[in-house]
Design a protein around this ligand. Sequence first.
Ligand code: SF4
Length: 483
Amino acid sequence: MSHHEKSGLYLKSRKYSELLRQNAVYLIFFHKNSERRIFAAMSAGNVAYYTLGCKLNFSETSGISKIFSEKGFNKVGFEETADIYVINTCSVTDFADTKCRRIVRQALKQSPGAYIIVTGCYAQLKPEEIAKIPGVDLVLGASEKFRVFEFIEAFTKRGCARIESGNIKKADHFFATYSLGDRTRSFLKVQDGCDYFCSFCTIPLARGKSRSDTIKNTVLSAIEAASKGIKEIVLTGVNIGDFGQNTGETFHDLILALDQLTDIERFRISSIEPNLLTDEIISIVSKSKRFVPHFHIPLQSGSDKILSSMRRKYDSAFYRARIERIKTLIPDCCIGVDVITGFPSETEEDFLTTYRFLNEMDISYLHVFTYSERDNTSALKISGTIHPEERSRRTQMLRILSEKKHRFFNEQFIVTTRKVLFETAHENGLIKGYTENYIKVKIPFDPMLINSIVEVKLETIDSDDEVSGTVTHQMDLSLQKII
Ligand code: SF4
């Protein structure tokens, strides 16, 4: 008999999961000859996370999860039993309320006694509504989402929800987060909130004013992500071009500082407002060895009349000039565009103006959003509501245009050789990754390729719009120093 058994610390492995379901700290030893060998675990309980919405939300869920881990909690998948479920909501998602209810129900079905926390944009905008969902225990607003342990000492259900959601106008704290996901790419939150008031958008009401960390701290966060094996960092925020509103620094200076880092292979600028995408930023990206040739630039409409009633800060001529500037300096650049269909007062002619504008432009793909009414937005006061069926028809037309644009973009690179960063996922015997200019590439699975950058000859475009190719050079280029 081992000394663990003698001291009463020996536990059967099946008991381990039962113990973890309770909120306490345990030190568990298994017999060294048992299948699991000697094992020590300390856990305050299991926490599962569900994220709705954008990349920023995914990054912030990682931040919340880090806070729980630091307190000794164990992260589990959302389909597993857990002691606490954290649901990070989105205000842009349609039927946010219905979705939230469904997710809460699913969590409680798996673990009937679990403590349910709901946070995120929807929780900031409609805390009372969320508090009424049966089973919800805690609603956390935008400023409170990273302060859960200031409010709660024991995660005990009380039968009614507690709301911790302050005045969004006072939100001035910036909490830096980055997602780890599959450990290849990370979404690094560099900015939060927005001072623009586009007439269709609730984000400033849900996230407050524009704010960010200092360049110094953002660089440190990037280095920390790199130390975990991350090869590509996607700069994420609500309006990232507005970086430094509260610190007097600029986005331009941020990317200059990040470009000096040798720890990260790739930086990707996610989405940037056209009026903040300066010639200097385009020039830095055109010369950079780390900032990849990819921009995502919201347009929303090609009609100047609609752009003005959306309260956007540019017109179509300005936008066109941005695209031309990028393509002159970076011909292989991938350019994604956000566009909204069915905005109030958008006539057929306005829509066709948008369609023609996008069709003429040298862009790579569209993200098409169908306009939907949001409480407390000024667009609600604009007359000329578009029938939902007509909105869908316009969306459909632009989605087809997007497919054509994307295919045309990919075709230009067939038979060329590009560097691909392969990710970890293993789907149907294939491994997938992205080129610098965001072409999705797949090849037969090879474990040696996980999280490495190799040269691939792009050969064919499949019906799913992904590109197949052949590795031309097995060497992981990410191991080489970029000079
Ligand atoms: S720039 Fe406009 S659309 Fe984007 S978050 Fe700010 S208000 Fe919303």
